[in-house]
Each structure stands twice: as C-alpha cells, then as structure tokens.
Design a protein. Sequence first.
Length: 170
Amino acid sequence: MALLRRARAALVIAFAWAIAWTAGGFLVALSQYLRFARTLNVSWTLAQIIGRMWAWALIWAVIGAVNGFFFSLILTTLGRRVRERLGILKVAAFGSLAGVVLPVVFGGLILKYRMQAGESLPIREWLGIALVGAGLGAISAIATFGLAGAPLSSREDRADSGHPNAPPIA
C-alpha cells in the first residue's frame, strides 16, 4: 500500500512540474520567436508559429515531469521525519539538484558526440541550460511544498543549526 501511495505522489509531483514547466517553455519559445523573427526576417504563418511554440512547450513539459519525478525520488530517499523538518533552503537545494539532472545528462551526451565529431564544444550553453534547470527546479520545489501545505520557514533552519532560540526538535 505504501508503494502505491509513493508512486501516486511521484506522479502528482511530476504532473505539477510538467504543467509549470509547460508555461515556462511556452514563454521562452514566444520570446525566442520574437527575437529571431526581427533579426532573421522569418515569414511563418500563424499556425506554424503556434505549432512551434507548443512543440517547445511540450518538450519543456516532459523535462519538467522527469525533473519532478527525480525530485520525488529525492524526497522518498530522505524519509518522512527528515522531510517534515526541511527548511526552505534545503527544499530549494534538492529542487535544484533535481532540476539539473536532465541538462547535465543530455548536455554531457551532446558534448561527447561533438568532441568525437571534432566540432566546437558548447560548454557555455550547456552550463547556462544547467543553471536555468537548477533555478526552475528550486522554484518548482518550493512551490510544490507550498501547494502541499508543508511548513517552510527559517525556524526549521535554526533548529538544525543549534540556534539558542530555536524550538526543540521532538
């Protein structure tokens, strides 16, 4: 029974991250289109523009879902007692870790194949995408905990640090 609850929770988190990252992907695609349409003088029809933006939004949704699943795996490995005492900075750190998984894996594969082909290495772009993934992961993790009603405050951080005014940990 516990396994089914964990699987359902992982799917809910993955779905929530997919929705959020879809909106972000659509906005990024729109901004890229507006930037490139001016400089390249692109003449696409409205249907082509909308189709391309939704395609990019769908790609971002898949990336968000996979990263949300990785975040749920991180939470599962922590255990219930540790999850109950997480502060906002730790949640953001775990979200960043989950959000950077796909950019690092796929970026590493792209770098490997480009090195074998003798092409130039887009390390700056890879690092930029990894940083964006980490930032989106942190924001998504904090939002996930906020939507779940989990307590996130600096009081948990003080309790972990041994601050004299911190409440006792039960």
